[in-house]
Design a protein around this ligand. Structure first.
Ligand SMILES: [Zn+2]
Length: 519
């Protein structure tokens, strides 16, 4: 409920009317604001009962040593006013997440003194909320690359592990952020470790979880995972901007907020790494690059899925390296007309397709661009520039497309159109392979490749000659500009015994029965 609404302009109460419609409130000022820097202050009281299961974005969980509260979407927010749509007034529907403006958030949480509270940003008063022993461990963690246990499993039920008070107020400050969230429980084990950032700045990885989740096969390694993940992304793309990176083990399966994430308390091993890495990956999309999740869920989930692949391959010498995927199988799956396309508003697509259209397909798309079209060097440069140029701003899909083309120095409109705006299929086929004898022409083979569907892609040929020599020949996508058939000349004096289109299954060719020619 909301009450006590007031509006101040130049420090004085002003006349206004307001209405609430759905999840939105409109405030109509009696006199419009002045251009160029007029400030209006809106005040209100608000309260709500925390749901047990808040759409998998907040909630509370019963553990044997107490309730874990994971609290988010807990205060009213201004709609974003951008230079594309003006006010972005879509109500909260669920599948499409959020679109938030940046600002500084100071907040404090008053909880029973038995609780430990962790939130977005910097904990401003550790000396008031920890015991002396915990404070010294907390400070030790800030200079340690080994995980420091600030409150151990055996201390959770020890009253001496909390200050002897009735209530305590935890104060947090988060700057230039699109949101703030927090978690609270008396059941928390607390681990912390320093995060080293490329500029020399430091952050602090903090893991809070119940004893049930504390094994080394679970969140007993959470602080190590946070450190690995945040250091990787900071080095590779853009420096982590917040003083802390907190993981809360929760009944929320996996949900991201700036500086704090909620991850399902039962996750083990690769799943525990995977969910922590994914939720912290969201720091870059959409927390830093503030895209509109309401309309374009793929601009955070898809980009995040892509960077998660590189992060998982890098962590701890490949401990959780993902398996390579067969893009031919994926191409076959995507040709189902019920799969829609990536650009569709999340709340308008079939719920079962959200996983593919918002996460996997844009992720695979960036993999294809990086590995098969541009190469890692050009792709990474362009993607990094996109993040830098759109940090703390609100890019549209077209801003992303343009930014990538500018950074890579390549026209990629064919790819955006076929892969993002449509669900075009790809099917390349070998029409013929003919030997060319030397005299007027260069000796070798003419390999005629047909593009049978709408999606253009580079041609990748695996060629084997009689001596057993294998070679990969790549032909850029441009050959399809005005052709449905293209002849690839392969110069050789040896006999060719087989030609295979895309032998490593890296492109989404839906039909590989026409991909192979054998002598
Ligand atoms: Zn996500």
């Amino acid at each position: 409920t909301i009450d006590g609404l007031s509006v101040l302009q130049k420090g004085k109460s002003v006349k206004f009317t307001s209405l609430i419609e759905d999840t939105r409130m409109q405030i109509r000022l009696d006199k419009p604001m002045e251009a160029e820097g007029d400030v209006v202050t809106i005040k209100m009281n608000f309260s709500f009962i925390v749901p047990i299961n808040g759409s998998d974005r907040m909630g509370h969980l019963t553990t044997k040593n107490g309730e874990i509260f994971s609290i988010a979407q807990w205060f009213p927010r201004m709609c974003v006013y951008d230079d594309v749509l003006g006010w972005n007034t879509l109500p909260y529907w669920g599948a499409g997440e959020f679109y938030c403006e940046f600002g500084d958030i100071d907040f404090s949480v008053t909880a029973p003194a038995s609780h430990i509270v962790m939130g977005s940003g910097e904990l401003l008063n550790p000396q008031e909320v920890f015991t002396a022993e915990q404070l010294s461990r907390w400070n030790a963690a800030k200079t340690s690359d080994e995980v420091v246990t600030v409150r151990s499993e055996s201390e959770v039920n020890d009253p001496k592990s909390r200050p002897a008070k009735d209530k305590l107020t935890w104060k947090f400050r988060m700057k230039n952020t699109r949101d703030a969230a927090w978690g609270s429980s008396k059941s928390f084990v607390l681990d912390a470790v320093r995060i080293n950032l490329p500029s020399g700045k430091k952050s602090l990885a903090v893991a809070v979880h119940p004893v049930e989740s504390n094994g080394k096969d679970g969140y007993g390694r959470a602080a190590e995972y946070i450190k690995g993940s945040v250091e990787h992304y900071s080095e590779k793309w853009f420096e982590y901007p917040y003083p802390m990176a907190v993981n809360v083990a929760s009944n929320v399966g996996g949900m991201e907020y700036p500086g704090i994430v909620f991850c399902g308390w039962k996750a083990k091993g690769a799943d525990a790494w995977g969910v922590i890495d994914h939720e912290f990956g969201h720091t870059w999309f959409p927390m830093i690059v503030g895209s509109n999740e309401r309309k374009f869920g793929w601009m955070d989930e898809g980009f995040n899925t892509f960077i998660n692949g590189l992060s998982s391959a890098a962590f701890n010498n490949g401990e959780y390296k993902p398996e390579r995927q067969d893009m031919h199988q994926i191409g076959k799956y995507l040709q189902n007309p019920e799969v829609e396309h990536i650009m569709l508003t999340p709340d308008a697509m079939r719920e079962r397709n959200i996983g593919v259209n918002l996460y996997s397909k844009p992720g695979w798309g960036l993999d294809i661009l990086r590995n098969e079209v541009l190469g890692a060097d050009r792709f990474d440069y362009a993607f990094k520039k996109y993040i830098e140029q759109w940090a703390y701003k609100h890019p549209t899909p077209q801003d992303f497309f343009r930014s990538m083309e500018n950074g890579a120095g390549e026209d990629l409109s064919w790819f955006w159109r076929g892969w993002f705006m449509d669900n075009w299929k790809m099917d390349q086929a070998i029409n013929s392979v003919t030997e060319v004898k030397g005299s007027n022409a260069e000796a070798g083979y003419n390999i005629v490749v047909a593009n049978l569907e709408q999606m253009p892609m580079p041609i990748i040929l695996g060629i084997t000659t009689k001596s057993g020599k294998k070679e990969i020949v790549k032909v850029p996508v441009d050959v399809w500009m005005r052709n449905k058939v293209w002849t690839v000349h392969y110069p050789t004096t040896e006999e060719v015994v087989s030609v295979v289109i895309d032998p490593n299954h890296v492109l989404p060719d839906i039909n590989d029965t026409n991909n192979t020619w054998n002598k």
